[in-house]
Design a protein around this ligand. Structure first.
Ligand code: UDP
Length: 193
């Protein structure tokens, strides 16, 4: 059961719980979207119904930020630990390597995404990086074709919020073979460091 803060859903699952659910959903051919929730997004959602819909329409709303933990504690909720965007991505990379799901990296500056890919490959020698594109690509249709042709099953989108979530929502129907979409904000900058 989701918990709700000022009308915004938050998933009470741990990293392991999310990976397990994703594995089951992938086996059933179902697409999943992961969005990080923090107090700033909860506040933005108050006067921006589009942002609220983006969050509540996602499959997993991860509690990225201590504010959500405090709120859950006050309500005697079940969210006891943070699930950060960058650590969720790290878990998904391990999962992708273990289960042989090709990944795609989309977003950030060219040198950042390339360096992130190098570091990911070093940390996960068995991973298949099906492709990557920097976040300043203009031709969306060409990009969608490239992702489809790459065979990627998991995509990390690093365009900042809510741009990345809007991109995911706009394009997920055209990316039928991609089953996991995570909006990761500045995480490629972290992986490239
Ligand atoms: N970015 C991008 N294309 C854009 C705007 C931003 O690729 O049109 C990238 C930017 O280079 C950076 C990331 O998106 O790597 C934004 O990270 P930020 O920390 O601002 O996002 P947040 O986590 O705050 O949503």
């Amino acid at each position: 059961m989701k918990e709700t803060y000022l009308g915004v859903h938050v998933s009470p699952l741990t990293y392991e719980g999310i990976i397990t659910e994703i594995k089951n959903r992938m086996a059933a051919g179902q697409q999943s979207t992961i969005i990080a929730v923090n107090p700033e997004k909860v506040m933005t959602a108050q006067n921006n119904p589009e942002v609220k819909n983006l969050i509540n329409g996602s499959t997993f709303q991860i509690p990225d930020g201590v504010g959500i933990l405090l709120a859950s504690k006050m309500k005697k909720g079940k969210i006891h630990s943070r699930v950060t965007g960058v650590d969720m991505m790290a878990r998904l990379l391990k999962f992708a390597e273990d289960e042989q799901h090709p990944i795609y990296l989309y977003g950030a500056k060219k040198e950042v995404v390339e360096k992130a890919a190098d570091n990911i490959k070093q940390q996960h020698p068995g991973i298949e990086i099906a492709g990557m594109t920097d976040g300043y690509e203009q031709d969306e249709e060409a990009l969608i074709n490239r992702i489809n042709e790459s065979g990627a099953e998991i995509i990390f989108v690093a365009l900042g919020s809510p741009k990345q979530e809007l991109w995911i929502r706009r394009n997920m129907d055209k990316l039928k073979n991609v089953l996991v979409f995570q909006g990761v904000g500045g995480s490629f900058d972290v992986f490239s460091g």
